[in-house]
Structures are given as C-alpha cells and as structure tokens.
Design a protein around this ligand. Structure first.
Ligand SMILES: *Cc1c(COP(=O)(O)O)cnc(C)c1O
Length: 463
C-alpha cells in the first residue's frame, strides 16, 4: 500500500465524526444509497435526526409508557431475538406469557383464574379486535340457532377510542355510540338500554374514557342489562375496554366492581404499555372462561411437540415486551403498582387545584373516579385573550406537549386541554409545567390572540 493511501485511511479513522465525508451531505430520502456507510456515521446521523421528535417525557398527551427501569432496558435487549409466536423455540417466553395471562385473570377476579383463557397482543387495539370478534361470533351462533338473520349486528358503547370504530368498520358492525349530552360525557345505563335489541353483539363500557379520563359505570350498566334480560329475555354480554383502567382500578380502587366479579363481563382488554408500565408494544385480553371464545377463531401452533391454541391477528411479534410486563408484575407486586399510581393521582389532583387557581380555567376532571389525568376548559363567558389551542402552541415552545381538542358528537362546542399523569411525571415536573403555563398567561396578557367578546355574547366559543 502506498504511503499516501495509508495516510488517507489513517486520517479517515481519526476524523471527528462531524468531519467525516459521510456527514458532509444530507441523508437519502427517496433512493437507497449505492455504497455502504460506517455504522458509527449512520448511527450518529439517525440519532441526530431523532432529536427532532418531541421529548417523550414532556409529552403529556400520551397514555403510554415513557419511562422504564434499567432492568427493563436490559431484558428488552436480551429478548431482541425472541419471536413470541415461535412457541416451540422459545418455550420459556411462552410460559411467561401464560403466567401473565393468569396473573391478570386473577387481578381481574376471573372465577377460575387458572382455567381462564387469554393472550398478549400488540396493544389494546388488537385486543379490542379479538374481543369484538369473539362477541360477533357468539352472537351469530345464537342467532343461527334461533333461525334468525345475522346480517345486521350492532354494538353499543360510549365515547370510545378509535380502535372500536375500526373494529366496527372492518367487521361490518353498526356502532351505536352514545353521544355526550351536556354534563354527561360518558355512557349511562338508560342510554345503553335504549339502544339494545336482538342484534346487539355486546356492550363495551370503557374504564378510562380517552377524552376525559372518566370510568364508565360498568356495574350499573350490567345491572340494567340484567333487568333487560329478566324483562325481555335478551341476554347481552359486556366486554370492558380497560385499556387504562385495567391496570389502575385493581390497585387504587379495589372495591370498584367493573371486572369478572360481574357475571355479565365476558372479556376485558388492557394496554400493558399504558398503566401496565411495560414498554411500548404489549396489550392483553382475557376471557372469563374458555367457553366465551368461539372454537373456530382459535388456531393451534406447535409447542414442544404439542398443540398450543393461539388467537391473534399478528404472526411474528417481539417477545421482550411480554417479558418486561412479567418483570413489572413480579417486581412491583400489587403494592408497587398502587404506590406508583397513587403518586400520579396525587400529582393530578395538585395540578388540577393549581390550574383552577390561575383564573381563566376550570378543571372538569382531576383524576377522581378515573385515570390519573386532568382536563380543563376555559371558564364559561371568559375571554382570556387566547384559546386552548393557542396555549397548546405556546407551551410547545418549552417542549411541552399538552393537547387541546374538542369533544365528540353533541359536545363539539366543549374544548378542553388534557394532561396525562404517568409513571415519571413527578411532582417536580408538574411544578415546572405550572410555571410555564403561568409564563404563557403573562405572554398572552401582553399579546392577546383572540378578539374581545362582543357585549351581547354570553358564552365563550372557540372558532
Ligand atoms: C389507548 C386506548 C386504546 C388503544 O390501545 P393501544 O394499546 O394504543 O392499541 C383503546 N381503548 C382505550 C380506552 C384506550 O385508552
């Protein structure tokens, strides 16, 4: 090798990363590059681009985990090669998944936790799809037995998460979503019963409605459905969307009856990656007993030479999240989960009180009777010189992501701003947020964005 070439290679190796030729142009966006690039440079380029994403810890919009233990990082790394569908190759990961299902069935008071059936999913969306399908199949069987048509299934719910809209559309089901009315922002037993008929595949109350954080009254709805059955013979099952609440109520509200203690509750879904405290990519569904899951939805996979029943939409899926879920369940125990969530409830309550004191706002939910979150609106008849959308924008300048949105059907007039208080949203972080909200209020005082209200106008409306 000629000496000058040696020098060139040496110089390249010694170059500071930002002095290297790979970093002298921008990353390819439409065509795969022809040549390779050193991993160090590729890593740095992508790492730097990811800075443009918001800081997840300041993302107060998401319900999902943004903080996990060191040990979870380690386990996730150790499990990077584990495909949870390969039950035969990774029998211990399979065993851990089964244990999680049993622990959750027990947590949700399944009558026979050790005989229950359930599985992990990628999140509550997939779990909702599975729960919904089971209900549709069961309903169809019931109708066929009676010689009745099966072409017009419907499902009843309150203001649901988008996954139920998907379920309804993908599976041709009429979604009877109970609209909000005045101060009733969730379902009520009366509104459910009004919509029931023999084509109702099931009722889906949400434990922790996304829009406000409130729990829907599962027990009261079940009681109303019991009465309906007594009066009319219609026997309508309930699936609880416990995406958030499924990992909250058992620890912080153990007396609340929302789970398998209510015989009408046939299945429950929850997001492991929300208040289950696992990293992104895991959800759960559990049926109260095997009979609730129609046989023809179940496939069997080879498991150590035997057959293991599976029910899922995905095939290959990472096993790490499931392992991390198990880690959390055994590391924290009921008491650990309770302490973490109680700290969040306390922070939500504190934030709510402080936000009420600021003047223009009125909290409409502060974490009592639902998930650790709070949401507020601008007081009726007050024009502070900005909208909540403006405040969202302004808070973004300090990195906070605090969403503002209008409510769904019939309460589109109600605009709220919402903060999720999750594992890692400490009291200290909450006080920093408050300080920045105050800073924004000062700013808007000097730089109002909205026009003053006309004299004649009683209530404040956002355009
Ligand atoms: C988040 C959420 C879902 C969807 O869950 P993923 O885990 O994000 O798929 C469904 N229902 C409710 C009530 C939720 O909060």
């Amino acid at each position: 090798m000629a000496l000058h070439e040696k020098d060139k290679i040496r110089a390249e190796l010694m170059d500071d990363i930002y002095a290297s030729s790979d970093l002298s142009s921008s990353l390819p966006k439409y065509k795969m590059p022809k040549e390779e690039c050193p991993p160090r440079d590729a890593y740095q380029l992508i790492h730097d681009e990811l800075m443009m994403d918001g800081n997840s810890r300041q993302n107060l919009a998401t319900f999902c985990q943004t903080w996990v233990d060191e040990e979870i990082h380690k386990l996730m790394d150790e499990c990077i090669d584990k495909n949870m569908i390969d039950k035969d190759e990774y029998p211990q990961t399979t065993e851990i998944e089964c244990r999680c299902v049993h622990l959750l069935a027990d947590l949700w008071n399944a009558p026979e936790a050790e005989n229950t059936i359930g599985c992990s999913t990628t999140g509550s969306s997939e779990a909702a799809m599975l729960g919904g399908m089971a209900m549709k199949w069961q309903w169809r069987d019931r109708m066929k037995k009676q010689g009745k048509p099966t072409d017009k299934p419907n499902m009843i719910c309150g203001p649901v998460q988008i996954c139920w809209h998907k379920f309804a559309r993908y599976w041709d089901i009429e979604l009877r979503e109970i609209p909000m009315a005045k101060d009733r922002l969730i379902m009520s037993p009366e509104e459910v019963i009004k919509r029931c008929d023999e084509n109702t595949i099931g009722v889906v109350p949400t434990l922790g409605v996304c829009f406000t954080g409130q729990y829907e009254p599962v027990e009261a709805v079940c009681k109303a459905l019991d009465k309906l059955e007594k009066d009319t013979g219609l026997n309508i099952p309930v699936h609880v969307d416990g995406a958030s609440g499924g990992f909250l109520a058992p620890f912080c509200d153990p007396k609340l009856k929302w789970d398998f203690r209510l015989p009408r509750v046939k299945s429950i879904n929850a997001s492991g990656h929300k208040f289950g405290l696992a990293p992104l990519g895991v959800g759960w569904i559990v049926w109260r007993d095997k009979n609730e899951l129609p046989k023809d939805l179940v496939f069997s996979v080879n498991y150590m030479g035997g057959d293991l029943p599976t029910f899922a939409l995905n095939f290959s899926r990472p096993g790490g999240q499931i392992v991390a879920q198990y880690y959390n369940l055994i590391r924290l125990g009921r008491e650990g989960y309770r302490k973490i969530h109680e700290a969040c409830y306390a922070t939500a309550k504190f934030l709510g009180e402080q936000i009420d004191k600021l003047g223009p706002f009125e909290t409409i939910y502060n974490g009592q009777g639902g998930i650790p979150a709070l949401c507020w609106k601008i007081k009726d008849g007050v024009n502070p010189g900005f909208t909540l959308f403006d405040l969202t924008d302004r808070l973004r300048s300090r990195g906070w992501q605090v969403p503002a949105y209008s409510m769904p059907t019939h309460r589109e007039d109600l605009v709220v701003q919402r903060v999720l208080v999750r594992h890692g949203t400490s009291y200290d972080i909450a006080t920093l947020l408050l300080k920045d909200i105050k800073r924004c209020l000062e700013y808007f005082k000097d730089n109002p964005v909205t026009k003053p209200l006309p004299e004649s106008y009683g209530g404040y409306k956002h355009s």
